[in-house]
Design a protein around this ligand. Sequence first.
Ligand code: NI
Length: 181
Amino acid sequence: MSIKTILRMGDPRLLQVASPVTDFAAPSLAELLRDMDDTMVAAGGAGLAAPQIGIGLRVVIFGTGEVLERYPEAPPVPRTVLINPVLDVLPAGSEDLEEDWEGCLSVPGLRGRVPRHRRLRYRGFDAAGQPIDREVEGFHARVVQHECDHLDGILYPMRIRDFAHFGFTEVLFPGLDPAED
Ligand code: NI
């Protein structure tokens, strides 16, 4: 078990475009996935992208399989390893954006309202190199967009349109578990 340090906003490594995984059998990939899982669980996160622990590969993990205290209305997102993801908005070309609150383990203590596509199809590969192909909406779609943004060097504050809805978690949501995603 290895809990890694999560890079915080301001670290230039969070702004880089990550590279695709080419060797699914590499021991280093299995080790990365274990480290990401340990780190996400320890931090109480809803997702984590490899660049957040300083690894510039197109790997994200997300979902706890449980309803989250801070998103009580959201149906559980299955625990997922997603490698080399490709996202397609549904319906194609849709500008159907909705705003909701997000946090990020790399932006601790803050939350903001972020516009995201409501529905999407995502494809990629699991830890064994098997294809994943899902159509999702709502919170699940939001989490995928947030995590995959990390692979392109985008942090959620860069997508906020109205900074009137950006602030400290403990001020915005008194009493909420201070864990971030
Ligand atoms: Ni994040």
